[in-house]
Design a protein around this ligand. Structure first.
Ligand code: N01
Length: 529
């Protein structure tokens, strides 16, 4: 029988891995964290592209497990920069002395469950094997970068970048001809900054995004003081919401009010800025007619900002607003009024090939010095499927998920005992505020492991029936909304060949209640032995 080196192994040292380590360690478990990167921070370690910021307000995108921590940390801006969020993560790691139990530059390539000992053997790419009873995957939802297989992409002789794995030394585009492929959140944030530096910026757009102004700026000290004085209430209110953050969703239905009232409501949200725009009415993501009114409003704003009407038209999305993640921008549409920015529609004229010196499309080559891929991620499943994870009957996770990701609660997988995922597919995760979603999962997983210790159980496993029912419920919830109607990464539609299945569970509050009920019923749907 293999000897356990640790009670729990955690894979990943982003916000999920850091809190998992702290929580388990404070309950007396021995824990080792393996991190592929050279330091902590996960998403915020890798995504160093120009303009990278969070689209959730700083005072909400932060841990709440420690009252001292949330009171002492001072956020400088409404939407913190990548650098500030990484500084915060480092502060947390130092404050709770987390680094001593984290092994960096350690990419996990193999994991196998042993039926006899009920334990996992986890092996790094360097061949170092470690054994533990439990394993927690804190590998992130948006951590496996997607570079599309465009013909000739390896030929390009200039500098190439992906927003999701930006070089630590940065990139200087001064005086350069730069191409950027992709206009999702990463493109929308980086395009205005790159345009300021570059001699010329060519934006290759396949689908335009809806972007709402951030109106970012320094926090008003009085606002911060009030928020912190009432942090408990605000955090509680967010937990009892649909999304885990304070979207202040209006209970009115868009189609129940007059056109004039709708415009007032949209205008108010537009002026407030950020993702709260979608909270203007209750039915924006369930009723296409209602959604059209919000989409028309955003399109009218694009027409107002962009000087050239044809260009404004090209930048105006025709898709369902909110179906793909909305972007939160600073000067995005304004950037297209610059003389050194050219928008190229690759739906009308697709990219033919990447050459050594640029991109060929529509019969001509655009010469480039640098090429940026803002082409997103193999979301929610990519990082897990990359690891050779063998469960109890030697089936790999990749094989199990060949027809689409299936989990129970987004936290456990039938056939993979003693393995937990933080914010996995089947949980609210990316459609909630990630921080409370992470904290909830960490605490739920830690309680479950602790329950096993108290009841002398060596093995905890989700049943196939419970998993099937959960997947059906996740799909059922999505089917009453407009989410399945577009090619979003929530559905896996951005990755050629990836099975289409709506991955996030809709409704944060509903989800927390379901998790609680399962525990109250003695971990219903799990077998513990
Ligand atoms: O990636 P995306 P992202 N040819 O998948 C295009 C979070 N995030 O890194 O829409 C041409 O959204 C693709 O086009 P299309 C946030 O949750 C948050 O920008 O598939 N184009 C799209 O325009 C976000 O949703 C923050 O037609 C191609 C773009 O590339 C998520 O991360 C900041 C192509 C990819 O957009 C992902 O955002 C950044 C091809 N072959 C990210 N392949 C904040 O907190 C893809 N595209 C603010």
């Amino acid at each position: 029988m293999a000897k356990n080196n640790y009670d729990v192994i955690v894979v990943g040292a982003g916000f999920a891995g850091l809190y998992m380590l702290h929580n388990l360690r404070s309950r007396g478990f021995s824990v080792r964290v393996f991190e592929a990167g050279g330091d902590i921070g996960g998403t915020w370690y890798w995504n160093r592209y120009p303009g990278a910021r969070c689209d959730v307000e700083s005072l909400e995108y932060s841990y709440q497990f420690s009252e001292e921590l949330q009171q002492e940390w001072v956020w400088s801006e409404r939407y913190a920069t990548q650098a500030e969020i990484l500084k915060y993560a480092n502060h947390v790691a130092d404050r709770f002395e987390l680094r001593r139990d984290i092994q960096f530059d350690s990419h996990i390539s193999k994991m196998a469950f042993d039926e006899t000992s009920n334990s996992w053997t986890i092996t790094t790419a360097d061949g170092e094997a470690t054994v533990s009873r439990f394993c927690v995957m804190a590998t992130g939802c948006l951590s496996s970068t997607n570079i599309p297989a465009i013909e000739g992409r390896e030929k390009f002789a200039g500098g190439t970048y992906h927003t999701g794995s930006w070089p630590h030394h940065g990139a200087d585009f001064t005086g350069k001809k730069v191409g950027i492929i992709g206009t999702g959140s990463s493109g929308v944030q980086s395009i205005p900054i790159i345009a300021e530096q570059a001699d010329h910026l060519y934006v290759f757009q396949r689908t335009p995004s809806y972007a709402i102004p951030a109106y970012n700026g320094p926090y008003d000290p009085e606002y911060e003081r009030e928020r912190k004085a009432n942090y408990k209430n605000y955090r509680e209110e967010a937990k009892n919401s649909r999304s885990g953050f304070l979207l202040a969703i209006n209970e009115d239905m868009a189609m129940d009010v007059s056109e004039e009232e709708r415009q007032v409501a949209y205008d108010k949200r537009w002026k407030r800025g950020g993702l709260t725009f979608l909270g203007a009415f209750n039915d924006l993501l369930t009723n296409k007619e209602a959604n059209d009114t919000a989409a028309d409003f955003v399109r009218s704003k694009i027409q107002e900002v962009v000087n050239d009407p044809d260009l404004a038209e090209k930048l105006s999305p025709q898709t369902v607003v909110g179906c793909k993640r909305m972007c939160v921008d600073t000067n995005y549409y304004q950037t297209y009024n610059r003389d050194n920015v050219t928008l190229l529609d690759v739906t009308e004229h697709p990219i033919d090939e990447i050459t050594t010196t640029g991109i060929r499309r529509d019969g001509t080559e655009i010469e480039l010095d640098e090429l940026v891929f803002a082409t997103g991620f193999d979301a929610m499943t990519g990082a897990l499927a990359k690891i050779d994870i063998k469960g109890s009957n030697k089936t790999t996770l990749k094989e199990k998920w060949a027809e689409g990701a299936k989990t129970y609660l987004g936290v456990a997988i039938a056939g993979f005992p003693n393995l937990f995922i933080v914010t996995g597919p089947g949980s609210p995760s990316v459609l909630a505020n990630m921080m409370p979603a992470i904290e909830h999962h960490v605490e739920w997983i830690s309680d479950c492991i602790n329950y096993c210790r108290e009841t002398n159980c060596n093995r905890v496993e989700a049943s196939s029936d419970a998993e099937e029912a959960w997947v059906a419920q996740t799909n059922e919830l999505a089917s009453h909304t407009l989410f399945p109607t577009c090619n979003s990464w929530y559905l896996g539609a951005n990755i050629p060949g990836k099975p289409r299945i709506f991955m996030p569970y809709l409704g944060f509050q509903r989800y927390l209640a379901a998790c609680e009920e399962i525990v109250e019923k003695g971990y219903k749907g799990f077998s513990l032995s």
